[in-house]
Design a protein around this ligand. Structure first.
Ligand code: ZN
Length: 129
């Protein structure tokens, strides 16, 4: 068997599989030294497929930017971020609101949350820790 010939498609496949991560690193320079797993974590997704969906969604928004960017933004409460189930995340405008929610969730549901800044807009999101 010609090993090189055999490995070539695999290599190509691996490169394509990494493409969403490369896209993210190029688009968002503050994530440029994140590992693949750190990027998944950052977007609160578990698989590269979910990350691809997220990118496709952002691209779609950017494509329509000129026509109806404002309407789109209003529709999605000012933020593109989704949770692991593909639902939009709530954007907290004030850090203190997010902190109150963290306290509330822990007291009432024993769910530990942490906040992080939304990468697109001014505000905060919560994620489980
Ligand atoms: Zn967001």
């Amino acid at each position: 068997m010609n090993l090189k010939k055999f490995l070539k498609p695999i290599k190509k496949n691996l490169k394509n599989r990494d493409r969403p991560f490369l896209t993210i690193r190029q688009l968002y320079t503050h994530l440029s030294d994140f590992s693949n797993n750190e990027i998944l974590d950052y977007y609160n997704v578990k698989t590269i497929q979910e990350l691809e969906q997220h990118i496709a969604y952002i691209k779609d928004i950017l494509k329509n930017q000129r026509q109806n960017y404002k309407e789109e933004l209003e529709q999605i409460s000012g933020c593109f971020c989704m949770d692991g189930n593909g639902a939009f995340k709530y954007l907290y405008q004030q850090k203190i609101e997010a902190e109150k929610q963290i306290e509330h969730s822990f007291k009432n549901k024993k769910v530990k949350l942490t906040l992080y800044p939304c990468p697109y807009h001014n505000g905060w999101h919560l994620k489980r820790i």
